[in-house]
Write a protein that binds this ligand. Sequence first.
Ligand code: NDP
Length: 281
Amino acid sequence: MHDPIPTVTLPSGIMVPALGQGTWNMGENTARAEDEITSLQAGLDLGMMLIDTAEMYGDGGSEEIVGKAIEGRRDEVFLVSKVYPHNASRKGTIEACERSLKRMKTDRIDLYLLHWRGEHRLAETVAAFESLKAAGKIGAWGVSNFDVDDMEELLAVPDGVNVAANQVLYNLARRGIEYDVLPWCQERNIPIMAYSPIEQGRLLHHPDLIHIAKTYQATPAQVALAFLLERDDVIAIPKSSNPQRVEENRGAVSLDISDEDWATLDAAFPPPSRKKPLEML
Ligand code: NDP
């Protein structure tokens, strides 16, 4: 039996698990498709019901993998996808969304994000998002890789206040958002989706992380995820194409790290003491 996954409440009142699944690099190689689908399904069986994808990933291949993984269980899943900035015009956003829906063989995306800021005006993208919402093609919309000044600009455009999430790089080794983006969003009840939560695996070789993990008979990945699960309004979306690792990541929920060990991790991965421009991968 696994401990229940904590939830994060979106501005609409919908509750989503604070531990979901990423899909970057999926759908790029047909030889890996079966493992990718099996891993996503393993995650769903373990309650990691939020799946994050994007039209960018595998040139649509990732959305196709997601479509196969959720076949027959669409209603259990909270589906997140993203529009490319260069597609995010009023008309282009709607067309991109239609293509994503087709690839995922579904009639709606639960949360549709602008992947990063591009050349199109925010007001145009937001107007497109709102019309997709009115048509029932998306449940809510949000943004990704937005710093505080971007968020402030967003809130100033018509309907910009309807933003439902900001997906940004956040993990133990990338704590810059704790200075401003995270508290700014928390104060406004805008959830943060933490991408690359284990720094694409690079974090796992850190000696202090390995040491703390051993103390709890846990793995470095579990401690890195527990660090994010500890925070309010943060959703971590680790990616794995390996069902054993998905289960390992799910186990992060059961870790109860002491204040002393959090302090050791703070010393190893210091929180920011001043503003840093938002980092992106
Ligand atoms: P992650 O930090 O999730 O790391 C993924 C890598 O770590 C993969 O190589 C995976 O390999 C490996 N891994 C996963 N679990 C374990 C484990 N327990 N032990 C050892 N290795 C492990 O990086 P991502 O960049 O993929 O970020 C997660 C998701 O966030 C993405 O997939 C995507 O959905 C989203 N994202 C969004 C961005 C944005 O701009 N909005 C940018 C980057 C990511 P394997 O699959 O072989 O297990």
